[in-house]
Design a protein. Structure first.
Length: 484
């Protein structure tokens, strides 16, 4: 919903565009949109942080004055190697290079149809623009992608910088995901036309079409939640922090799950790990033996409930309620803020409904995640797999978390069909990122650049021919930006 409000064809932007030559208008829109999308979230975070700091006691002054932080954010977005310039270079190269390519093909490839010439010109111009615009982003140094390695030299031992690639991985995976969605969607659409025409379209085909987006979302969420539990370094820091806030889990419990997974905690064996959850027992006023893996086989499920009692079902319901209120208090102000442009009773009602539905979705997501763990540990797992110590170890070493990861994503069925595809395509690149290294050798960077350039060329070419095939808000946004 927020992205829909960022359409570059607002009345104010359109009036400013009149002084820009038509050929450069896509570049102008792309830069403005890139600048807004890169600075907007940071400005909102700065404002919220500033307001929260003002509530502190007198004398607790912020380290950095508000106006200096504001200036730094606004100035930073104007730097050459930042996202706005990348957007302008990508869109500008894609649109401005098409004409010379079309003339070239008209002269030297006259046997090709005009449609084929136009398609090839779009693809090649976008490929070249995407390659060099991503190189622009990759050229900016980042401390997180530089290590200092000690080396022996004739003058003594010195530290030399070792630069890693991968800082644009999320952007590249986003493009790859979108390209795959375009290609698979087009193939499925052609198959549907043929099967419907021949009367062979079946209920199974309908089910696949209906559940494709929920399946993408649930599978992606399963990978993300698994990584969040066991390998949080594979997730972006901001994403990791947001999941941590939403899950509201005691960190000692997470550490225990990881140590069970990697063999540091073993039921019935003294490994010196009892102190970890014994500290949690003191915090929640449980018997200390609850946290001892030698005496408690397995850990009581009450520890997973973190103070809500012994009932797994009550814990799930309480999680649903608390998470709903937490999400609603976040979504409602944002949705109401978006109605200020065209305030009306209907707009406010829709904002409340949308906030309630999204909050119910998130609350159900969290409740299913925890209840999936409880089902495997207490309700179903022991009855199916047994209650021996090795089985209990196996359950708490990954099976229970895997069940929670598998269940939680299906909460997307609460959202309407239009939102499901946006959510699915949003989380899919992040899920793929958990399967790939966050940093890799600089000499392999060309592979990522090639994947990004080819994928972006597919998406932009599709926007020019079949904009409806690029699903969700992105398709509408690109169509508006690229139009002359």
């Amino acid at each position: 919903m927020a992205m829909q409000k960022l359409s570059p064809r607002s009345s104010r932007t359109t009036s400013i565009e009149q002084v820009v030559p038509p050929a450069l208008r896509p570049v102008f829109r792309a830069y403005i949109l890139g600048y807004a999308s890169s600075t907007g979230p940071r400005l909102l975070t700065l404002l919220l942080t500033h307001l929260s700091r003002r509530r502190k006691k007198a004398g607790e002054q912020p380290e950095d004055p508000f106006h200096l932080s504001l200036f730094r954010i606004l100035k930073g977005g104007l730097e050459f190697q930042r996202f706005p310039t990348f957007c302008a270079a990508l869109v500008g190269g894609s649109t401005l290079l098409q004409l010379p390519f079309r003339r070239f093909f008209a002269t030297f490839a006259a046997k090709l149809s005009r449609v084929a010439q136009l398609r090839l010109a779009r693809w090649l111009s976008t490929f070249i623009a995407a390659w060099f615009s991503l190189k622009l982003l990759q050229s900016k140094d980042s401390d997180a992608f530089v290590d200092y390695v000690a080396q022996d030299t004739p003058t003594g031992r010195v530290e030399r910088p070792l630069r890693w690639a991968g800082r644009t991985m999320d952007l590249s995976l986003f493009a790859v995901t979108r390209a795959l969605d375009v290609m698979i969607g087009e193939l499925w659409s052609q198959r549907k036309v043929k099967r419907v025409g021949s009367g062979k379209w079946s209920k199974l085909d309908l089910i696949i079409s209906t559940l494709a987006d929920p399946w993408i979302f649930s599978t992606s969420c399963a990978l993300i939640m698994w990584a969040w539990i066991y390998t949080p370094d594979r997730l972006p820091r901001s994403y990791n922090k947001w999941i941590k806030s939403a899950a509201a889990v005691d960190q000692r419990l997470l550490i225990a799950l990881r140590r069970c997974r990697f063999g540091e905690i073993k039921y019935g064996v003294e490994t010196g790990q009892a102190h970890l959850l014994e500290g949690m027992c003191r915090s929640y006023h449980w018997p200390l033996e609850y946290g001892d893996p030698v005496k408690s086989i397995p850990y009581p499920c009450e520890m997973v409930h973190m103070g809500t009692g012994k009932s797994c079902e009550y814990h799930a319901v309480s999680r649903l309620g608390r998470s709903f209120l937490w999400a609603f208090s976040t979504y409602l102000p944002l949705n109401l803020l978006l109605t200020l442009r065209n305030p009306s009773k209907r707009a406010i009602t829709n904002a409340v409904k949308s906030s309630a539905r999204s909050s119910a979705f998130l609350g159900t997501f969290i409740a299913l995640f925890y209840y999936g763990i409880c089902l495997t540990r207490t309700r179903i797992g022991p009855r199916v797999l047994g209650t021996s110590t090795p089985v209990r170890q196996k359950i708490d070493s990954g099976l229970c978390v895997g069940a929670g990861c598998t269940l939680c994503g299906w909460s997307i069925l609460i959202e309407n069909a239009g939102r499901r595809k946006d959510f699915g395509l949003f989380v899919a690149p992040r899920a793929l990122a958990t399967l790939l290294p966050r940093r890799y050798l600089m000499e392999d960077q060309w592979k990522e650049t090639l994947a990004f350039a080819m994928s972006t060329a597919v998406v932009f070419t599709c926007v020019g021919e079949k904009p409806e095939r690029v699903r969700g808000v992105l398709g509408k946004l690109l169509h508006e930006v690229l139009s002359q």
